[in-house]
Structures are given as C-alpha cells and as structure tokens.
Write a protein that binds this ligand. Structure first.
Ligand SMILES: [Zn+2]
Length: 422
C-alpha cells in the first residue's frame, strides 16, 4: 500500500479509537480519548490506514521518496472537528440587532429594525441560489480555519417551498466543492412565516408536511428534518406531526428543543428516535433520564447562551453523569450565535458547563460525527476512516480549550489533502 502522507512525532495523538471509532461515547466514556504519545498517522489516498507510536509505525510501514512526511514535534494531532449544528446559509447580518439588544431594546423594536428570523427570511427569499452559496462559502472557509472538516448545514430562512429548496440546493453545491463534508438538514419549520400569522400555524404545518417534505425527499436534498419546538413557535403536537411525516420519507430527525421553555421536546425526540436533540437549556429531569438511556445525541450550544446573555447553560454535567452522548456545536447563525469558532465553544463548555477537556474533545469529534449520522466515516483516527486530521500548534490537548479564543490550528488535512495551513 502506498503511503501518501505520514504525520510523525506528535506530542499527543488523540484517536478516539478505544472502541474502534465505531460507537459514540456515552457519559464517562467521553473521557476515553485514545491518547498516543509520540504519535504518528499514515494516510493513503483519502483514508487513514494506520496510527501508532512513531518509532513502531516507521518500522512496519513502507515509505518511499514520494511520501510526504509532516513533522508534528511539539504539536498535537486530532481528528477533524465536526460542527454538528449550523445555519450557514442566510442573507444579511444582524449587527444592528446585536447593538439594540445591548441597549435593552424590546423584541418588537428589534424586529421593526430588521432583527429576528423573519427579517433574515425576508432577505433570503430575495436572494439567488448562487448568491446564497457564495455568501455561505465565506463562513465555511472560517470553519475550516478553526479545524472543522465536516458540518451539518440547515435550511430554514426560506419558510416557503421555493426558497427552502434553493437553500438546500446551495448546500448541495457547496458540499460538491469538497471543502467540507456538509450534512444537509431541512428546517422548513424554523419559524411561522409572516403570511401565516397570527393564527394559521396549523395550515403552515400542513404545507411543511404535504408540500415541502415530499419535494425535499423527491430531490434527495436533506438527510435530516429539524423543527424549532418552542413556545410561540411549533408545539409538541405540531412537531410530532412534522417529524412523523419526515420519517415516512426516510429522513432522520433533529430537534431544536427545550431552549427557552421546558416543553418536553427532549422527551419527544427520544420517543421519535431522533438522531439528536439540540439546545436543552431547560430540559426536564425526565428528559435527562430518557436521553441518557437512548442513542439520541444531546447536542449542546453554549455559544447561544453566551451571545444572548441568558445567564443559563444546558446541564451538561447532569447529562454526562447520567450517561448521555453529548456533542457540542456552534449553532452558527446570524441572530443568536454568529461564531464559527468551535474551539472557543469547547472553552465555553469547560468554563460554563464544567465539561472536562477530554469531554469537550469527544463532544466535537466522535460524538458530533454520530450526531450527523457520519460516525462510521469520520470523527476518530481509525484505520479505514476518511483522512480528516488536524495538527494543532500546542503540545498538550488541554491547551486548546485553555488558550480560549486563540486560533491554534496549524494544518488541516481534509480527505487526505492539505486544505489549510497557518
Ligand atoms: Zn439552531
């Protein structure tokens, strides 16, 4: 076998291969980072073919003059990060809303001045598919620069069939460029659109179920369907109806749940066999118990708590201690979390949610891969997995969340090729 790239001499190699990289890590297993000191990783074509201690690997591999050797002395090597909850396709930024919120303006004043999901939807509806892709490509470039090699990407700023399809087609186009692996999620039920207000939400749910979901499925534009299950948005019955319909068409389920009010969205997600339930700031004790006993990933988004200054974070410690599979993501979006910096989210999770450095690494690699249904392909340094690997310019993995807000990425290898270098 021809080795194209060989990374050698890493102070620490985090593999997440303790269980062959084929299962998500529940609860305290999230501390099993699969650490190899003085580690090496061998890549052939698009795949990881072997890893181990450098001197051992060098003694068994056949290397010729064409093998690219990367010296990672003084550095650490990890799987590419997976950002498992993002909204990267939208038109118009919302810094005016940000400034108004700081000054204590009301929700109505902010909406009138161009804030809120509906205002982003209004502008996104006026945007061509090509322009949508062009705008989002900039944000994907940011993600890659922070060590993210795969991301989930949601629609949800169209809220009508035509624009939702255009958003998903933009995501498909971006996925085909190969910059990042993108997992498309249909989020037609992100908000009740203006034309169905104030009292026709059920009719909109019917449009989502009878027009949007069948068309999205026919065009094979989404792997998952997501719903914003929240007071004043979609209630439990409406959310259940949309999810059951999406499952009939073969889509996996993700939910925005229990972010502002404890609605029972987490419980519903587990009942429906959702791949992930996301946010969970207000999850009930019953919800914690249910998700801990399931294979549904609890995806926590502490950036939103910070940026909206909620003063409250999801109960990560309770979830992990109960045995849940926890993932972390940026929730990158123009309103409540405009950051693509997933390592910063790791820092925030350590400080504000008391997750350990080991747990935040698991939550952004192997568990995040399972949160987007790609656990068999990415998320660990395992023989046979796609060669998405990041070299960080620090000698200890704990320094990545410790030096918070600093970009410590040295080199990003995507699909076996160098995609980004400091
Ligand atoms: Zn979101």
């Amino acid at each position: 076998m021809k080795i194209n790239t060989l990374i050698v001499g890493a102070e620490q190699l985090l593999t997440f291969d303790e269980y062959a990289g084929r299962v998500p890590l529940h609860g305290h297993k999230m501390r099993d980072i699969g650490l190899v000191e003085k580690g090496a990783v061998a890549i052939s074509g698009n795949d990881i073919v072997a890893y181990g201690e450098t001197h051992e690997l060098l003694s068994v591999l056949e290397i010729d003059g064409e093998t690219r050797i990367i010296d990672a002395k003084g550095k650490i090597v990890t799987p590419g990060l997976v950002d498992s909850h993002t909204h990267p396709v939208f038109t118009g930024t919302r810094e005016a809303e940000f400034a108004m919120r700081i000054e204590g303006k009301s929700y109505m004043e902010i909406a009138a001045a161009g804030g809120g999901i509906l205002n982003t939807a209004k502008r996104t509806r006026e945007t061509t598919r090509e322009q949508m892709a062009h705008n989002a490509d900039r944000y994907l470039e940011w993600m890659l620069g922070f060590g993210v090699t795969s991301a989930e990407a949601k629609s949800g700023y169209g809220l009508d069939l035509e624009t939702e399809l255009a958003m998903l087609q933009a995501i498909r186009y971006l996925a085909q460029t190969g910059k990042l692996d993108l997992v498309p999620t249909f989020l037609g039920a992100h908000e009740i659109p203006a034309e169905f207000r104030p009292d026709r939400a059920d009719e909109f749910v019917d449009v989502v179920c009878e027009e949007m979901i069948p068309k999205v499925a026919e065009l094979e534009l989404a792997k998952f369907c997501d719903v914003f299950c929240e007071e004043g948005v979609f209630d439990i019955d409406q959310t259940r109806k949309i999810c059951i319909r999406a499952k009939e068409f073969g889509m996996g389920i993700k939910l925005h749940a229990d972010e502002i009010q404890p609605m029972g969205g987490t419980e519903l997600g587990v009942e429906l066999g959702a791949t992930s339930v996301d946010h969970m700031i207000e999850v009930s004790p019953r919800g914690i118990e249910m998700i801990a006993g399931s294979n549904t990933v609890a995806t926590l988004l502490p950036g939103t708590s910070l940026f909206l200054n909620k003063g409250k974070f999801a109960p990560a410690r309770d979830l992990i201690d109960a045995g849940a599979i926890v993932a972390l993501a940026t929730d990158f979006n123009p309103g409540s979390s405009p950051t693509a910096n997933l390592p910063l989210i790791m820092s925030l999770a350590c400080v504000a949610m008391r997750m350990t450095p080991e747990e935040v690494w698991s939550a952004t690699t192997i568990n995040a891969a399972f949160a987007v249904g790609l656990g068999e392909k990415i998320g660990s340094i395992s023989a046979g997995k796609q060669a998405d690997v990041v070299i960080w310019d620090v000698p200890d993995y704990r320094q990545v969340p410790y030096f918070y807000g600093i970009n410590l990425v040295d080199t990003v290898i995507k699909n076996g090729r160098i995609a980004h270098r400091k």
